[in-house]
Design a protein around this ligand. Structure first.
Ligand SMILES: Nc1ncnc2c1ncn2[C@@H]1O[C@H](COP(=O)(O)OP(=O)(O)O)[C@@H](O)[C@H]1O
Ligand SMILES: [Mg+2]
Length: 267
């Protein structure tokens, strides 16, 4: 394997608790190198899932956190100036395509559409990446795959993926796991017992029911893991929940009261 990619190999198994048949489906998708879109709210396990799958498949993983300042050159690469003149440096997408990594574009809608279109020729049967500035056409390595994550809840008309982008991907829906599964995850990740973890999950379930009724987004699994970690460090549960679960998601005093009282129901 190319030295540049060795650092991107995941050697230790990332803990991932399956929710349905997503592991088998992803393996099938990878076997035909289908570009994949992971859809779901923030903090529900999408990133952890890709890390787990890259480890399972034994492929390096190159992750790019997308943002609106990102340009096509940030993905593809650019000429750099050094003592001997100029030198081309592959961007993360080119590196992955050239040497055969899984390229994970996290929160793809954050990127501008003129940036996102650079993945188009890589995500149809051409599997090529034109480096216009360099005058090179990179043929993607056989192991290369593009994976993107996408939170359908955030989309507005201004910020959405083009149909021409969406239709290049297979998609897996992610959501918060069922009660027992989520409690298991929170207990494992936050290093608390499952009974305590189950109570945290119950608080989150209350908050998730308020989504669309004053809350934009529910309490995520990630937030529960934070709360659990505080409890594991000896913070009393009420305080941990307020700090890690309630305060971050709302500024509205009535909503805070409603959530705080949900917390006291369980603790
Ligand atoms: N199915 C799962 N298995 C293991 N850990 C999970 C799972 N779902 C969520 N988590 C935990 O929640 C945290 C946030 O998940 P992450 O994958 O970063 O969310 P996303 O990428 O969807 O925003 C992870 O770091 C992990 O601790
Ligand atoms: Mg993520």
């Amino acid at each position: 394997m190319q030295d540049d990619l060795r650092d991107h190999l995941i050697t230790e198994e990332p803990y991932y608790q399956p929710v349905a048949d997503e592991i088998e489906l992803y393996e099938a998708a990878y076997s035909v190198r289908m570009p994949m879109m992971l859809k779901g709210p923030t903090g529900c396990g999408k990133t952890r899932f890709v890390e787990h799958m890259a480890w399972k498949l034994g492929k390096p993983l190159i992750t790019v956190a997308c943002n609106e300042d990102m340009t096509a050159s940030d993905l593809v690469g650019r000429y750099l100036l050094d003592a001997d003149g100029t030198r081309w440096q592959d961007g993360p997408l080119t590196l992955a395509a050239r040497h055969g990594a899984i390229c994970y574009l996290d929160e793809i809608v954050e990127a501008r559409q003129d940036t996102t279109v650079v993945i188009h020729p890589l995500t149809d049967n051409r599997r090529v990446l034109p480096l216009e500035k360099k005058g090179e056409m990179v043929q993607a390595h056989a192991d290369f795959q593009v994976v993107i994550s996408y939170n359908p809840g955030y989309q507005s008309l201004m910020k959405d993926l083009k149909q021409s982008t969406k239709q290049r991907f297979g998609a897996l829906d992610f959501d918060y796991p069922g009660h027992e599964t989520e409690a298991k995850i929170v207990a494992h990740e936050g290093k608390i017992n499952e009974e305590m973890a189950g109570k945290l999950v119950s608080v989150a379930e209350r908050a998730r029911n308020l989504k669309g009724h004053g809350l934009d987004e529910g309490i995520s699994t990630r937030m529960l893991v934070y709360a659990a970690s505080l409890i594991a460090k000896g913070v009393e549960p009420l305080g941990a929940c307020r700090m890690a679960l309630v305060r971050p998601i709302t500024d509205d005093p009535d909503m805070r009261d409603a959530l705080d009282s949900a917390v006291t129901t369980f603790f």
